[in-house]
Each structure stands twice: as structure tokens, then as C-alpha cells.
Ligand binder design. Structure first.
Ligand code: GTP
Ligand code: MG
Length: 211
């Protein structure tokens, strides 16, 4: 993807229509398909990971932080979806994440299955200062439980933990409860400071490799 995102007329954030939408690589597995093919060039395991969550929660910034180690304060809304790849080393194994950064605006919700089908891992992101984004995280979690690949590694990602404690509107306990109920790993992250981002992807990779 070009930048931390892309278009909307209803959002206060500006748009980057610069062609982040890449659908040609999307796997066309059946509705509840198997996980995507395991290895790519050089035998490096490939992990198709989808980022899901409400608009503005920071999905694109998380991807950008993980892949390019930077933060975009004026990140634009994503149109359709964006793609990025990054490798991580887990013990003696290197895995390549193929990351689909979906658009969180409601108008793109129907596109999500294109990206989560065949995914080996999903990170459902919410903004700790936005209770409605936590409700959206519940929704995406249920979708993934119903329609995601068998054995998909699920992570719940509480983003923007750099915000002052007074801004936190979703408690850690609520998140822990949801994660426990749904069998998800839970991470607290800040794409802004980088806190928890690398660890999040490394632990997802570890869980994938351990399966
Ligand atoms: N304080 C803080 N702000 C963040 C963080 N991550 C993202 N942001 C800001 O939140 C806004 C939205 O970030 P994006 O990454 O574009 O959000 P998104 O989830 O990709 O949104 P859509 O593309 O519409 O689905 C931007 O203004 C970012 O700068 C974070 O960890 N902390
Ligand atoms: Mg985005």
C-alpha cells in the first residue's frame, strides 16, 4: 500500500485514492476455506493476516508501524483495502506476513470476506478511547468465528494505549473477557509510539508456527 490509507466524503480525514485496492491477489477459497498456502519462495512460511476493525481505530497505522517503523499522524481513511508484506523471525523460523489492511468504513463492510477468506490470522483492532469500536470488534470476531478459516489465529488488538488514562473508555477487563470467551490473544498497542506492535506480530507468528 502506498501510505497509511485512502477516500471518504463523510470522514474528516482526507482520502488517498492512490490505488491501494489490490484484489488480484485475493485467494478464492470457498466460503469457509482452508488457510492460505503455507510456503512461498525459499520455503518461508507465508501467513495471510487480515486487519479488521472500525474506521479510525488505527489499522493502517499499525501495519505501517510494523512494516516501515513509522507513524502517520495524518493517516487517511483506507479505500477498499491495502496490502503490505513483512517478515518476522520466530525462534529459528522466518515467516512472511502478507497483510491485508481492510477499510473500516461501513460502506466497505461487504468487501471484508474477500480479505478474511483463507486468512491464517486475523487482528481485530479497536480504539481504547472509543466504545463503539469495541462493539465493532465483537462484531468482526463473531464474523470470523462463523466464516473465517478453520484454525485461524485470532488476536484482539487494543490500540491507542498512548492516550491518557482518562481517555480510556474500554476497560482492560472488558477486553480480557471478550478475548477469553472467543479464544483470542489480546494485545495492547500504540501505533503512535510503537508499543506492543512488534510483539503482537511475533506472537501471532509464533502461534501460527506452533499449530
Ligand atoms: N494517539 C494515537 N493515534 C493513533 C494511533 N494509531 C492511529 N492513530 C491515529 O488514528 C487515526 C486513524 O488511523 P488509521 O490507521 O488511518 O485508521 P484505520 O483503522 O486504518 O481507518 P480506516 O482506514 O478508515 O479503516 C489517524 O489520525 C492516526 O494518526 C495510536 O496508536 N495512537
Ligand atoms: Mg486504514
Amino acid at each position: 500500500m502506498g501510505n497509511c490509507s485512502s477516500t471518504s466524503s463523510s470522514s474528516s480525514r482526507s482520502a488517498n485514492v492512490g490505488g491501494s485496492l489490490v484484489v488480484s491477489n485475493v485467494n478464492s477459497e470457498s466460503e469457509r476455506g482452508e488457510r492460505s498456502p503455507a510456503t512461498g519462495a525459499g520455503g518461508v512460511p507465508r501467513v495471510k493476516l487480515v486487519l479488521l476493525g472500525d474506521t479510525s481505530v488505527g489499522k493502517s497505522c499499525i501495519a505501517l508501524r510494523f512494516v516501515r517503523k513509522t507513524f502517520d499522524e495524518s493517516s487517511k481513511v483506507t479505500v477498499g483495502a491495502a496490502f503490505m508484506a513483512q517478515t518476522v523471525k520466530v525462534d529459528d523460523t522466518t515467516v512472511k506476513f502478507e497483510i491485508w489492511d481492510t477499510a473500516g468504513q461501513e460502506r466497505y463492510a461487504s468487501l471484508a470476506p474477500l480479505y478474511y477468506r483463507g486468512a491464517s490470522a486475523a487482528a481485530v483492532v479497536y480504539d481504547v478511547s472509543e466504545p463503539s469500536s469495541f462493539e465493532k470488534a465483537r462484531y468482526w470476531t463473531r464474523e470470523l468465528q462463523k466464516h473465517g478459516s478453520n484454525g485461524i489465529v485470532l488476536a484482539l488488538v487494543a490500540n491507542k494505549v498512548d492516550l491518557p488514562e482518562s481517555a480510556r473508555a474500554v476497560t482492560r477487563e472488558e477486553a480480557e473477557k471478550l478475548a477469553a470467551e472467543e479464544g483470542m490473544m489480546l494485545f495492547e498497542t500504540s501505533a503512535k509510539t510503537g508499543d506492543g506492535i512488534q510483539e503482537c506480530f511475533e506472537r501471532i507468528a509464533k502461534a501460527y508456527v506452533a499449530q
